[in-house]
Design a protein around this ligand. Structure first.
Ligand code: ATP
Ligand code: GNG
Length: 207
């Protein structure tokens, strides 16, 4: 049976994934699966010392997302029901390839593939790109204390890693539709027409 619409919103830190996923969920009456941030015991420590805490943090994200997407698969995908999530499982690898080194990175890669290769994958990705200034403004606006001193080089690197990752998904999975949104110019929060444009594109794809 053909998989129903599984839409993932992706982009670097603060791009507006949760915001857009929630807005689309309301507009299209499709349930949304959101990443849990507030209960993460390692994020605060990670931003204070990336090398010390990266393995724990990446494993924590991986296990949480594995469980969440396993449930999403049973609850929605297997029943052909549409669903939106504010992340793609591949983001684990985007971050981990950057934050882990040596043996830890090798072990992580193996565990990542073991856990995720047979998980349901989104067939539509909304990729929000945004430049460093825009992301920094949004991170500041949101005001999570542990993100306020984020290394700008880390964020800039993630912007580039995301571009590469999306190109790699496009090459590997030609059946996945990737809609790239220029988050620096398109403002789906402040400009209702911009949001309407995105929503109508998605409606067209899933009808
Ligand atoms: N297009 C936009 N214009 C103005 N503000 C925005 C826009 N999109 C998001 N924001 C604001 O920027 C902040 C970050 O947005 P959001 O939490 O949706 O990002 P995210 O990509 O889900 O972040 P994270 O990567 O940390 O999960 C929030 O305060 C949100 O209200
Ligand atoms: N290192 C690392 N790996 C991940 O898989 C990952 N996913 C999200 N994040 C960070 C970004 C936001 O600060 C905050 C909320 O998204 O958590 C991550 N950090």
């Amino acid at each position: 049976m053909k998989q129903g619409p599984f839409i993932a919103v992706e982009g670097p830190i603060g791009a507006g994934k949760t915001t857009l996923a929630t807005m689309l969920s309301n507009e299209l009456h499709i349930p949304v699966v959101k990443e849990i941030v507030e209960e993460n015991p390692f994020l605060d420590k990670f931003y204070q010392n990336i090398d010390e805490w990266s393995f724990q943090l990446e494993m924590f994200f991986l296990c949480n997302r594995y469980k969440q997407l396993e449930d999403t698969g049973l609850q929605y995908i297997a029943k052909n029901k549409p669903v939106i999530s504010d992340y793609h499982i591949y983001k684990n690898l985007i971050f981990a390839e950057r934050t882990l080194k040596g043996v830890q990175r090798d072990k992580y890669r193996q565990i990542y593939h073991l856990l995720t290769d047979d998980l349901p994958k989104p067939n539509i990705i909304l990729y929000i790109r945004a430049d460093l200034d825009t992301l920094l403004k949004r991170i500041k606006k949101r005001g999570r204390s542990f993100e306020q001193n984020m290394d700008t080089a880390y964020l800039q690197q993630l912007i580039e890693d995301y571009d590469e990752a999306m190109s790699s998904i496009a090459a590997r999975e030609p059946s996945t539709t990737i809609i790239t949104i220029d988050g620096t110019k398109i403002d789906f929060v402040e400009n209702p027409e911009h949001f309407a444009q995105i929503a109508s594109q998605v409606k067209e794809l899933i009808r």
